[in-house]
Design a protein around this ligand. Structure first.
Ligand code: ATR
Length: 275
């Protein structure tokens, strides 16, 4: 029980996480542990809020002077954007925000770190996407965030392939809107010819799921990365290993994402960090 190790006082900064459902969230444990390590007087608690009540809650949170900010997760990441006073360029382009800081004057400022966490995890593993050709399977929530982060990171080509082609086309169009020079195209299930191959679909979460792409077309010089964190070795990662590819599991993006969130929320005393 992390709270028993801590004493909440009138000085303690309060952070929230907004979700619905909320029982499964692990971010409070992880960020509370991080604040303890950093010697910060702060605590993160769950705010279970329905989509209908989100505007009222956010209005109330604006008034809470002891609030440091909050994390936003399913299903609120899109709806939150219009309720904030300011959002980062990344959050505005994607149309979603997953972390919000409360400034001293009460303004709520949002950013979107989902994709940056994934790309940061790759970079930390020595796989810098800048100038690389990337194949991305998927066009849902996770793939959207990752696609924007890859284009921001300066990939030379981003090929998006999705079961529902219209969703891939929509994502490509929004990328082209945000980045007029975005080197984006629509692909098939064949990932050959790309340096980095990413599963951004939910295929692999469940036993017996079909593969998200044609693994017979993988070759050993390719890196194959996964968004799914659990199981740690999905079927596509196993198939990629069998093909001699370097593989990158979904887990490391979590650590990177937490650090980015902590910095944005001022939970770490880093030079140049927010607040
Ligand atoms: P997430 O938040 O995990 O991204 P999502 O927004 O529901 O979840 O997106 C799920 C992604 O996995 C989508 O790209 C989806 O493809 P569709 O857009 O065609 O639905 C993909 N996906 C899920 N189940 C799939 C299946 N059985 N075959 C192929 N793609 C699948």
């Amino acid at each position: 029980a992390p709270l028993s190790l801590r004493e909440i006082t009138g000085h303690t900064k309060v952070y929230g996480i907004l979700a619905d459902p909320i029982h499964h969230v692990k971010t409070p444990q992880m960020l509370n542990a991080l604040m303890t390590r950093e010697g910060r007087d702060g605590v993160m608690v769950p705010f279970h809020v329905s989509p209908e009540e989100l505007p009222a809650l956010v209005k109330g949170l604006k008034a809470v002077k002891s609030l440091g900010g909050f994390v936003v997760t399913v299903p609120h990441k899109t709806a939150i954007v219009d309720l904030l006073d300011e959002v980062s360029d990344s959050a505005r382009r994607i149309g979603a925000s997953n972390v919000v800081r409360r400034e001293a004057d009460g303004r709520l400022v949002g950013d979107m770190l989902d994709g940056k966490g994934f790309v940061g995890g790759l970079i930390a593993a020595g796989i810098a996407p800048q100038g690389k050709s990337v194949y991305l399977a998927g066009a849902g929530g996770a793939a959207n965030a990752i696609a924007f982060a890859f284009v921001e990171a300066g990939v030379s080509r981003l090929t998006i392939a999705n079961r529902t082609r219209a969703k891939a086309e929509d994502l490509a169009a929004r990328l082209a809107d945000a980045f007029p020079d975005a080197p984006v195209e629509i692909g098939t299930s064949d990932p050959s010819g790309h340096d980095i191959v990413v599963n951004g679909t939910s295929l692999g979460l469940k036993d017996g799921d079909p593969l998200p792409l044609d693994a017979t077309r993988l070759s050993p010089e390719q890196v194959v990365a996964e968004v799914i964190m659990q199981p740690e070795e999905t079927a596509i990662l196993a198939a990629a290993k069998a093909k001699g590819c370097r593989t990158h599991p979904g887990k490391p993006m979590l650590a990177c994402q937490l650090e980015l969130m902590a910095d944005f929320l001022g939970m770490r005393a880093l030079p140049g960090a927010a607040r």
